[in-house]
Design a protein around this ligand. Structure first.
Ligand SMILES: *Cc1c(COP(=O)(O)O)cnc(C)c1O
Length: 466
């Protein structure tokens, strides 16, 4: 499989290189040159497979000659055996024909484990083969950092440095990062805010001379193609469990960077019968505003009770724009260059096509809390604030009650106790048994000043080959 850039100028790459690359050299994102397509008969024949067997069938066409089939199967068995539920992604029924797909049974209790547990193993496999080492550098305001650290903890060829703003992440989130043991794991608490952390990461990617040419930086942020690829699988899994492919499905997806829902769009293009995809956002609603008014315009960032969806621009949306423009990289390049300067629109017929593919809704904090309370009162089932936004959007946008509506459950409620408290419920979300001692575990992190030279010096000194 070859991968091409959404801006049409960077060279096409194979799977291994795409894995190790962040942005393409032309500023675009990599997408597969063509998608595999599965017939209804083939998908039907996958009923009853384990999660990792299904994952192999869905993903192997993207990997093909880069990794031998048996090695990839083994990697998938290992990846999905760390999830704390036999089915990996269990479905919970909320109402007649309405479901939550629990994607938070992994080590850090959020859906990002599905991709990052695999990505760590893929990276280590490819680096071992190439006798290469990388330093992963990332900034986090919460979920991504812990999922990336958990995904890389056993990697021999990777050192990971995660920057978080000192005293500005929740205690659960900090502890999920800082209590993971491993010589290759380095948590840096920066005396600054998230933007400071992100700026240092960006600048370091731009000039890697502080590493002395002995290793290179790699990114694990949500634009990495392998993350999207891993997220396609659970759409197939949920559908097969609910009578697909002989029945069509609807999905509602709590959305920030458009990664998770883009994977659902790909599942549909690969042959899975999906009749509705709902983009669910919080008050940071650039995608909802685009879908309802054909205007793509950056607003101020708002801090909400669903922090993992607090974004100003949605980076993976570029991958959809590429398809909406008939895969014309030059058109996408021009559009996004203009979008950086001010609001943009796309041609009416292209936008109408987007509206056929997606419905959308934006949900504010109050309605998020109301939904948490409503669902708890209906079923004694606690939603985290991100999933609650998905459920609310599903209920508001639903087109056909005969079609199963599945909301992706993106985080465990114990990660976000504040939203639960704010919803007026007195019940306290409990951490699952395998994490119950989180508050007793020993933490390891280094506090550094908000100064890029100091941070880079720390990294140069602490990656393992020095
Ligand atoms: C990252 C995240 C999201 C948003 O996912 P995208 O792929 O960026 O759309 C939603 N919910 C939770 C809990 C997350 O961690």
């Amino acid at each position: 499989m070859r991968y091409i850039s959404t801006r049409g100028e960077a060279p096409a790459l194979g799977f291994e290189d795409v894995l190790l690359t962040g942005l393409a050299t032309d500023g675009g994102l990599y997408v597969p040159e063509s998608l595999p397509h599965f017939s209804v008969e083939e998908i039907r024949s996958w009923r009853g497979l384990s999660y990792s067997e299904l994952a192999f069938n869905v993903m192997y066409p993207f990997v093909d000659d880069a990794i031998p089939a048996d090695d990839f199967r083994k990697m998938l068995d290992e990846t999905y055996s760390v999830f704390a539920h036999q089915s990996v992604a269990p479905l919970v029924q909320l109402d007649t024909n309405e479901w939550v797909l629990e994607l938070f049974r992994g080590p850090t209790l959020a859906f990002k484990d599905f991709a990052l547990q695999l990505l760590g193993r893929l990276l280590d496999y490819v680096l071992e083969k190439r006798k290469q080492h990388v330093v992963i550098m990332g900034a986090t305001s919460g979920d991504t950092g812990s999922a990336a650290i958990e995904g890389c903890r056993r990697c021999e060829h990777v050192d990971i440095f995660i920057l978080h703003p000192h005293e500005r992440v929740s205690e659960v989130q900090r502890r999920q990062m800082t209590t993971v043991k491993g010589d290759n794991i380095h948590n840096i608490a920066v005396r600054g805010n998230f933007d400071d952390c992100q700026r240092m990461v960006k600048e370091s990617f731009g000039n890697q001379s502080f590493l002395g040419g002995k290793t290179q930086l790699a990114a694990v942020n949500s634009i990495n193609w392998a993350r999207i690829m891993a997220q396609i699988v659970y759409y197939f899994q949920a559908s097969l469990a609910l009578g697909g492919p002989d029945r069509s499905m609807a999905f509602s997806v709590p959305t920030g960077n458009f990664g998770d829902i883009f994977a659902g769009y790909l599942a549909k293009k690969m042959g899975l019968p999906i009749s509705q995809l709902v983009i669910a956002t919080n008050r940071n609603d650039i995608l909802h505003r685009f879908m309802s008014g054909n205007k793509y315009e950056q607003h101020q960032l708002e801090h909400t009770l669903s922090p993992s969806m607090d974004i100003m621009v949605s980076s993976n949306f570029e991958r959809l724009l590429f398809d909406l423009h008939g895969r014309d990289g030059a058109a996408v390049k021009l559009l996004l260059e203009n979008a950086a300067k001010g609001p943009v629109s796309i041609e009416e017929y292209r936008w109408k096509h987007a509206r056929k593919l997606f419905d959308s809704d934006a949900v504010d904090d109050k309605t998020t809390c109301d939904t948490i309370r409503e669902v708890y009162e209906q079923n004694e089932y606690l939603l985290d604030p991100h999933t609650a936004i998905g459920v609310r959007a599903a209920r508001n946008c639903r087109r056909d009650k005969a079609v199963p509506m599945v909301t992706l459950g993106t985080a465990h409620p114990a990660k976000f106790p504040d939203a639960i408290a704010e919803s007026g419920l007195t019940v306290k979300p409990e951490l699952p048994a395998h994490m119950a001692d989180l508050f007793e575990r020993e933490e390891r992190y280094t506090v550094l000043d908000n100064n890029i030279a100091g941070v880079q010096e720390f990294i140069a000194k602490h990656w393992k080959n020095t």
